[in-house]
Structures are given as structure tokens and as C-alpha cells.
Design a protein around this ligand. Sequence first.
Ligand code: DX5
Length: 212
Amino acid sequence: MKSVVPSVLTKSYDELDRKVRILEQLTKVIQIDIMDGELVPNISLGVDEVGKVNSKSKLEIHLMVKNPKAYIKPFANIGAFRAIFHIESDDNPLEVIDEIKKSNMEPGIAINPPTPLEKILPFLSLVNVVLVMGVNPGFQGQKFIPETLDKVRAIKKIRPELIIELDGGVNPEIGPSLVEAGVDILNVGSYLFKDGDVKDHWDRMQEVIKNQ
Ligand code: DX5
């Protein structure tokens, strides 16, 4: 079952609130990007602001942070249902996954374009989702890197039942190639909000996954 999950990347509570109010009318799941300025060269708002937004949609937290362990309990406490950490972070992946599970959230592992797939293979049987980055993380509006689909195909072969998300540069033009490669969840950020008609862009993304 394919799906589209919007990503919100912001350091402004007002922007978070404005976008979540629109998105929660369209989708049951919203991804919130959390950045510490160390793992990626950008900083986002923090758990307190995210906790205030009270979304009707379930929140998936994308932890682009050097030490994800420190973020797990706080985001579990505000009701996030899934926490995705980066294999490029400093914490021990087994400890991070264990901490996420103990906090009753679904664990996900993310991998950046330059990182070899081998780095995450030992953990694929321990997570619910793998997030393949289609761009080098930290900013919206970047161009999708097609070679990242090689990782998607390889993961699908190794663990066909594992949910694969792809995040970064996603839009209706490249959508069909992602679905064809085996992506289950298309994360979309700036495409939804460019030139204003979110519902129209959302519907175009739904067209990509229709009948899949
Ligand atoms: C990239 C973030 C993505 C981003 C996607 O650093 O991890 O989730 O919000 O935005 P677009 O779709 O504009 O690349």
C-alpha cells in the first residue's frame, strides 16, 4: 500500500502551525523535520513547539541530529508515533532503536546519499521503516539525486516486506520512478506548498500512487 507523507521543515512555530492546520485536513500522517545544526547545517524548532501544535494527524519525527537518543523520550511524550534517526549520527544504532521501542514508538533508520547501503544492513530487521534520503538533508527545495533509487531497489530485494520511505526532491514528475523502484511512502515537502494551491498539489501526488 503506497502513501504520501508531507514533510514540514521549519524553525518558526507560526509556519509549523499554519502548515499543520492545512495538512491535517489532507493526511493522517505528517513528518516533522528536527535538525540540530550539527548532523545537518540547519536548525529547526524543538520539541516544545512541536508539542504545542496539537495536530489531528499522527506525527513522524525525522531526527537529523547528532545524538538522537536525547530526543526520543521528549518526542514520545508529545505523542509522536514514529521516530526516524540517521545512521550517520553518533549514537549506537542498537541503543537508539531499543530506546525508541521502549518509548512505544516505531523505529525508523535514515541513510544519506553518500552513505554506503552496507552501513544499515545489520539494522533492517530491527526497524519498521527505512528512510532513503533523495537529497543531502537540511533544506527543502533541493534537486532529487536519482542514484539513491539504487538503494531502494537493493533494500526491496533484501527485505521486500520492509517499508521504504524516500525523502527529498519528491514531486509528481519523479514520483512514478520512485514507485517503480519500490518506494512505499513518498515524503514531499516544498512541492506541496509552492505557488499556494496545496490541495491541488496533494491531489497530483495522490495520482502518482493511485492503483499501486
Ligand atoms: C530534507 C528533509 C526533507 C525535506 C523535504 O532535509 O529531510 O524532509 O523537508 O523537502 P523537499 O520535498 O522540498 O525536498
